[in-house]
Design a protein around this ligand. Structure first.
Ligand SMILES: NC(=O)c1ccc[n+]([C@@H]2O[C@H](COP(=O)([O-])OP(=O)(O)OC[C@H]3O[C@@H](n4cnc5c(N)ncnc54)[C@H](O)[C@@H]3O)[C@@H](O)[C@H]2O)c1
Length: 417
């Protein structure tokens, strides 16, 4: 069985290398020529631990970064779509990249060989049944395709371990042949494979992400209640909460902890996409709506904490720009929202540093007039007050630099040492 993967971002590259690692021949396609050039040179286009070694091991052996999509699709039985599904109008998911890739696939082949088209991108429940299957059926004529979805649960910063050590595989399809082929594809991973209807498969991904978002918003709201009441050691309270044996020492507790609000590519867009989809179908979900509202309000709350008592000429230091440690991803990062709030409050001098995301941040947010330094110590020297906005381990050394005020927005200096 050969595989073609459309989209070589966090999910697509991991998927392509994962199947190459399992011994399959894998073609990787992307519309971004710069990204393909970097990959062909054996480098990663983003920061992701361990993936560079895996890329080196498989590049041009059984993983091929291709421009010849036609040949790749012709030689493959399984086509994965791992393209972006960003915010569309009213928070709904923009499916245009997905349909462009589906079009490319269908246009690429003329024969009747059976192929499975698998959406790994996160798409709202009912998209496969109501949009993709009718679209493919209408466009295909005699061509022989089945459609499935296969949501991905990996976390950035842990892409490889999460893919290769997956706890479950979800296959959403009503097509028996697709189910059989995908079950066979994943069999070497030796993990539970759950075959469900297409809409159930799509829903499970949102069930997961909206729960994580809910835990985060709950924790942030609780910390705000605690701050309002006063006299409460928030970090200690959450630390003791985690000692409840019903958590079983699980890493899920990391989502039950206050911080700067959820950010990154997935939780903000996925919570909004499910809200939009639920509304379209006729239900206004109060919890989900307020999870989003709580998160949207968090950057202003954090910014107020940072600038409290400062005069307008003060220099504010921001430590951490990526949306989480071990990642250079700055998409929807809380740091950008907090910095925007600081400027909106009238402060004009902001300096910042991130161990990995300085360049990405400058590229994504050229409108934010901040000065970015290449070391945390330089931020310390320049700033009147510092805020830890991303919980990079190296920020634990900051208190040792001197007596300047540090706002630990991630509650990491006590919790994570
Ligand atoms: N990033 C995560 O942690 C994560 C986890 C699980 C699921 N997801 C979902 O997976 C999907 C991809 O996310 P990502 O973070 O990998 O995105 P990404 O932005 O890192 O990568 C998407 C890639 O698709 C490429 N692309 C766009 N249109 C294309 C086309 N027509 N043909 C070929 N390539 C095309 C882009 O150039 C880009 O390289 C999204 O739906 C996301 O919600 C992401």
């Amino acid at each position: 069985m050969n595989v073609t993967v459309f989209g070589l971002g966090f999910v697509g590259l991991t998927t392509a290398l994962g199947f190459a690692h399992l011994g399959y021949k894998v073609y990787g396609a992307d519309v971004d020529d710069a990204r393909k050039k970097i990959l062909r040179g054996g480098k990663l286009p983003f920061l992701e631990p361990h993936m560079d070694e895996i890329l080196t091991a498989h590049l041009d052996k059984n993983f091929f970064v291709t421009d010849d999509v036609k040949a790749a699709v012709a030689d493959s039985e399984i086509i994965f779509y791992c393209v972006g599904t960003p915010y569309g109008t009213d928070g709904s998911a923009d499916l245009s990249y997905l349909f462009a890739a589906v079009d490319t696939t269908i246009d690429a082949v003329a024969n009747e060989k059976f192929r499975v088209l698998v959406t790994k991108s996160t798409i709202p429940p009912s998209t496969t049944a109501e949009k993709i299957i009718p679209y493919v059926q209408k466009k295909c004529g005699e061509k022989n395709f089945a459609v499935a979805n296969n949501p991905e649960f990996l976390r950035e910063g842990h892409c490889w371990e999460d893919f290769i050590g997956a706890d479950r595989i979800v296959i959403g399809t009503d097509d028996e042949r697709a189910r059989k082929i995908l079950t066979e594809l994943y069999a070497p991973m030796n993990v539970p494979i759950k075959c469900v209807t297409p809409s159930t498969g799509e829903f499970i991904k949102y069930l997961s992400n909206t729960l994580l978002a809910t835990l985060i918003s709950y924790s942030n709201e609780m910390s705000q209640i605690a701050d309002t009441i006063g006299g409460i050691d928030v970090a200690e309270a959450f630390k003791i909460l985690h000692m409840d044996k019903r958590w079983g020492n699980c890493s899920m507790t990391s989502y039950v902890y206050p911080g700067c609000g959820y950010g990154g590519y997935c939780l903000p867009k996925d919570t909004n996409a499910l809200l939009a989809q639920s509304r379209v179908k006729g239900f206004e979900p109060p919890i989900l709506k307020n999870v989003i509202a709580t998160n949207d309000a968090r950057p202003a709350t954090i910014a107020r904490r940072i600038v409290e008592g400062l005069d307008a000429s003060a220099v504010v230091g921001i430590l951490g720009l990526s949306f989480k440690p071990l990642s250079d991803d700055v998409r929807d990062t809380p740091a950008a929202r907090i910095i925007r709030e600081i400027f909106a409050a009238g402060y004009k001098n902001v300096v910042a540093y991130d161990p990995a995301a300085n360049d990405e941040f400058a590229k994504h947010y050229p409108d934010l007039p901040i000065k970015i330094f290449d070391a945390a110590e330089k931020v310390y020297d320049a700033a009147d007050v510092m805020a830890i906005v991303t919980a990079w381990d190296e920020f634990k050394k900051i208190p040792a630099l001197g007596n300047k005020k540090i706002i630990d927005c991630r509650y990491m200096l006590r919790m994570r040492q």
